[in-house]
Every structure is written in C-alpha cells, then in structure tokens.
Ligand binder design. Structure first.
Ligand code: ROI
Length: 148
C-alpha cells in the first residue's frame, strides 16, 4: 500500500462543488481511500491575476496504484470535470496534482514528485500543514515548517 498527498484546486463554475466532488471521485478509485482531508481554502490566483480566486485543498490517500497509474486516474477525473487545457496557468474547473508519493523522488517525463512547486505555494503548504504533524518531512526538501 502506498501513501500519497494530492492537491486540489478550482476557480471555475462553482469551485467548492468541483473540489468536494473531486475528493469523492478520488475516494471511489479502485483500492484507493482518502484517509485525511484539509479544510477548503480560498486563495488569490498565483500566476496571471485576471482570473477568479481559487478554492484549494489537500488530501492524504492510500492507494495500490503506482505513480503513473495514479496520474492517469487523476487525469481522467479532471477530464470528467470538463477540464479544458486552454492555457498554461489559466482558470480551471479541477486541477489534481500529486504532491508526494511515499518517500519517492520521481523525474519522469509526465510526472515530477515531489511536486516541483510544493514549497513555493502557500495554497498547498497551508492545507498540507493542517493534515500532517509538526515534524512532517517533504521528501527532497526537508521539514515542511521551514517553508511556512
Ligand atoms: N493559484 C491558486 N491560488 N490556486 C491554485 O490552485 C492555482 N493553480 C494553478 C495556478 C494557475 C498556478 N495558480 C493557482 O495552476
């Protein structure tokens, strides 16, 4: 069994609905369970400012999927939420990012883990802090608390 942390974000068409439904969709994946979830956080867009505020959350899951299988499943959930990849850093109905997968460091052409922006984004760090212990360590980067 693997343990992973996933970030959820939405800023289009009822973002609270998309994040809550996204959490339920992930819980319904085969042999995957959401074991912790953060509160919902409202945040100003990072990147282009001419878009709506985001709703963000982080969840902890257990899964029997390998990292790329999990990525494929998360992308099919994004697609069900009618995610259109219109432009980089543009608005989205549902964004699902694998933040951490066990203690692995992955540099695959489709997937970098830990997520390369993990320590730069308060909309990820704050909900991650909510659902982990004070001494939580991010693989490759070290203690979470030093980045907050
Ligand atoms: N900004 C915020 N606040 N939340 C996000 O989830 C988010 N996602 C993104 C970009 C466009 C970088 N900005 C964001 O992909």
């Amino acid at each position: 069994m693997n343990t992973a942390f996933i970030a959820l974000g939405s800023n289009l068409n009822n973002p609270i609905y998309h994040v809550e439904k996204g959490i339920r969709d992930i819980n319904h994946l085969l042999e995957t369970r959401v074991i912790k979830r953060s509160s919902l956080y409202k945040s100003k867009p990072v990147g282009p400012q001419n878009q709506s505020d985001y709703i963000n959350a982080v969840i902890k899951i257990t899964t029997n999927y390998e990292p790329i299988e999990l990525l494929d499943n998360l992308q099919s959930i994004e697609n069900k939420h009618h995610r259109k990849r219109v432009k980089r850093w543009g608005p989205r109905t549902l964004d699902l990012d694998i933040l951490i997968f066990n203690n692995l460091i992955i540099n695959h052409e489709r997937l970098i883990v830990p997520h390369p922006e993990i320590v730069n984004r308060d909309f990820v760090l704050i909900p991650l802090k909510e659902i982990t212990n004070y001494d939580f360590i991010i693989p490759k980067y070290g203690k979470l608390l030093q980045y907050i």
